[in-house]
Every structure is written in structure tokens, then in C-alpha cells.
Ligand binder design. Sequence first.
Ligand code: COA
Length: 110
Amino acid sequence: MATGTSGAAAALPKIVLNEKQKKFETEDKKAYLECELINGGKVMDIIHTFVPSSKRGLGLASHLSVAAFNYAQSNSLSVIPTCSYISETFLPKNPAWKSLLYSEDLKSSM
Ligand code: COA
């Protein structure tokens, strides 16, 4: 088959942090994960993930998500998975990252 060559992982591009726009993105900026730092910069709310339709289904959003969760872990941030891709797809498939989630108890504490 000409299409569907395996090795999607090998084709995954480098992800860079665009601090100004608060995005983790591919170098061409076409795929990105957008976040917001809240609670005095201690909590990372992942708001939106976007991959161009021509590149979907190859694990690119997962790759962006790993970059964001790695960043959160390295910087001792907890994460709010507002983006449905993170909460409904990435975390169920990568449950180890759930340990970084922002606790509801903390959120509602006064
Ligand atoms: N919410 C949750 N999961 C979604 C989704 C969504 N809106 N869109 C696609 N998925 C799932 C697919 O069903 C697929 O699941 P499967 O592997 O069990 O078949 C999985 O994501 C594909 O994972 P991956 O290859 O890592 O994702 P991707 O690189 O194709 O990108 C999106 C996924 C969601 C970022 C991409 O489809 C997109 O940009 N969609 C438009 C914007 C959007 O809806 N963003 C999410 C809400 S903020």
C-alpha cells in the first residue's frame, strides 16, 4: 500500500513552547495545544487542542499532550483538562498522567 505507512511515531514533529501565546505547537504552528496558567501560575488549564484535518489520527494531539503534561510535571503544575480531547481520549489512554490533575477538593475549598 502506498499510504498508511506505519511508523507514525518516527514522523512526529518537534514540539515547541510558545510562551507568549501559551501554546505548545509544531514548528510550523499548524498543530497546537493551548493552555492558560491560573491560580497564580500553579495550575495549567488545557483549553484547546488542534491538529489540521490532513494530519489527524496519527497521534499528533497525543504528542502535544505529552509535551504539555511533561512541562506541567517539570514545573510542579497541576492540570485542568478542559479540552475534551484531553479528558475523553488522552487521559483514558494514558492514565498515569491523571496524577497531575487538579483536585476538585482544592478547587472548591474556601
Ligand atoms: N474529543 C475527544 N477525542 C477526540 C476528539 C474530540 N473532539 N476528536 C478526535 N478525538 C479522538 C479520536 O476519536 C481518536 O480516538 P481513537 O484513537 O480512539 O480512534 C483520537 O482522538 C486520535 O488521537 P490523536 O491521533 O492523538 O489525535 P489527532 O492528532 O487526530 O487530533 C484533535 C485530535 C481533537 C486535536 C483533532 O481531531 C482536532 O483538531 N479536532 C478539531 C478541534 C477539536 O475538536 N479539539 C478538541 C476539543 S478542544
